[in-house]
Design a protein around this ligand. Sequence first.
Ligand code: CA
Length: 248
Amino acid sequence: MGYASLANAAPYTKNWHSEVRMQHKVLIIEDETDINRLLSEILKADGYLPVQAYSGTEGLLLAERESPDLILLDLMLPGLSGEALLGKLRTEKHCTAPVLVLSAKGSLQDKVGLLRMGADDYITKPFEPEEVSARVVAALRRGGSVPEQGKVWSYKNLRLCQESRKVTVNGAELSLTAHEYELLLLFLQAPEKVYSRENLYELVWRSGYYGENNTVNVHVSNLRKKIKEADPKNEYIRTVYGIGFQLK
Ligand code: CA
């Protein structure tokens, strides 16, 4: 089997989506109506489609129903706080849209914690419209939602951008070897397929498989370890007993 078979992996739409959209939908979750309206106007002027939510609960509902490409999230919200909402989006809802946190200057005490929780960036209030525009473009680019960025694969909390070869889990970038990257891409391209060790060896190392060889196991195990460190709660690669591996 040659490398060409990579290109034949059938498209499949159950657990991942590759995003190439012309008009991006941006969900604003902000309880202060003036700020919410201002953000909505800035986004509209830039050609985005804003969706407005005024509480954490409403935000969660709309994040699920509207599948936004980007979320602007205030932290101080009535009911469900921004932090709690972010946690739910990333763990329970498997939402991989980039999240820009909005917060008053000085109240962002734990920026690193927020980024680790899955926020992509933050904007401090008061903000200038130009700053919002720039951060939105940057976040969509990083998230791979801008068409020229090429194909982006999302699965659970993981995102792989083929053009930049960047892999993030919960917003944190993984440092993968070339072989680990190629293994992961194979799994994402055909999520239903069970790959034998022989398959994987031939596709990734591009040479004949010679019997007892632990190479594939070692690399799959390292890949799993790296993903697990970034997302301890989810499984991504399943061992299919006696056969090989599959996306889980
Ligand atoms: Ca608020």
